[in-house]
Design a protein around this ligand. Structure first.
Ligand SMILES: [Cu+2]
Length: 127
């Protein structure tokens, strides 16, 4: 026997499914967020770093993931736009030019394997 779905039935099913999809969302499609970094957020360093590394909690796409570091005046002090070390899918890294005392801003922007974009910025200080 045939049971065509009436608009009312469709609405009822949608009403049941939408909350389920909503609550599944964050777990099923985790974005990539930083877990830790070196230097750490807000660090005060005596020795200027030559490398900035961020560890993410999910896989990130190499082509669309960027990490740059700028001085307080907006001068770029990182070399290139960041790279994902071979064999890793969750680490984003950039080398730095020699830098002196001051505040430096780290800008990161990544696309996770699930296609979602996240970005942020933080700073460290060289004394
Ligand atoms: Cu996501």
């Amino acid at each position: 026997m045939n049971h065509p779905m009436t608009p009312r039935t469709v609405r009822r099913i949608a009403g049941l499914l939408l909350p389920i999809l909503f609550f599944m969302g964050p777990a099923a499609f985790a974005h990539a967020f930083p877990e830790r970094s070196d230097p750490h957020v807000g660090a005060r360093l005596k020795v200027p770093p030559r490398l900035v590394t961020i560890w993410f909690d999910a896989g990130i796409e190499p082509v669309f993931s960027h990490l740059i570091v700028k001085s307080r005046r907006g001068q770029k002090v990182s070399i290139g736009n960041g790279f994902i070390p071979k064999g890793s899918h969750t680490i984003l890294e950039t080398r730095l030019r020699p830098i002196g005392p001051g505040v430096y801003f780290v800008y990161w922007s990544v696309i996770a394997f699930d296609g979602h974009h996240t970005e942020g910025r933080w700073y460290f200080r060289v004394r």
